[in-house]
Write a protein that binds this ligand. Structure first.
Ligand code: RP5
Length: 190
């Protein structure tokens, strides 16, 4: 049974577009557990920085399978342009979402204690042919890059956003050019 729901009930993800035309999420961020938030908040931070309407929530593949399907099945209708899905361990969430929607799914492998996230990475990246999940690096770098990739997808049809993305890249370039190295440390004698 899912949080607070009765037998046979599943969460509804419908949005009243007429009531909320300006707040309609373009990117959905989902994760298998609140314990994934430390990682996944890096994706949300980028979406906020670029002013992309989004929503974020826990949708656990193995604990909320019906909710996961409802989320995926309604994704296109709700106007989502991409779903960023993070999960750890035997990380089924991104692949199962992708199986139920043609909205692009960007997978983020969450770092695990037992296998350092290599388990999550393999679970997400090794999709059998026919149902792709674009897979990013393990951990916060992957979450950040998944969001930047989503921004780049949206920027294809939004010149102002494309300019913002170019400015973001230019800022990084300048930061790297400004990097200096410390003097060589004295290594001492053996
Ligand atoms: C996965 O199991 C989640 O994505 C999370 O990474 C992992 C552990 O979940 P919790 O036990 O912390 O809820 O479903």
């Amino acid at each position: 049974m899912c949080f607070g729901l009765g037998e046979g009930e599943t969460l509804k993800f419908d949005i009243d577009h007429e009531k909320h035309p300006m707040t309609q999420a373009l990117i959905g961020v989902v994760m298998g557990s609140s314990s994934d938030w430390d990682t996944m908040q890096h994706a949300v931070q980028i979406l906020q920085q670029f002013g992309i309407p989004h929503d974020a929530r826990v949708v656990s593949a193995h604990r909320m399978p019906d909710d996961m399907f409802a989320y995926a099945e309604s994704a296109a209708e709700r106007g989502l342009q991409a779903i960023i899905a993070g999960a750890g361990g035997a990380a089924h969430l991104p692949g199962m979402l992708a199986a139920k929607t043609v909205v692009p799914v960007l997978g983020v492998p969450v770092q695990t204690k037992a296998l350092s996230g290599v388990d999550s990475l393999h679970s997400i990246v090794q999709m059998p042919k026919g149902v792709p999940v674009a897979t990013f690096a393990i951990g916060p770098a992957g979450a950040t890059n998944a969001a930047l990739f989503a921004v780049a997808m949206l920027a294809n049809h939004d010149p102002a956003l494309r300019q913002k993305l170019a400015a973001f890249r230019a800022e990084q370039t300048e930061a790297a050019r400004a990097m200096t190295l410390p003097p060589v440390a004295s290594l001492g004698k053996a």
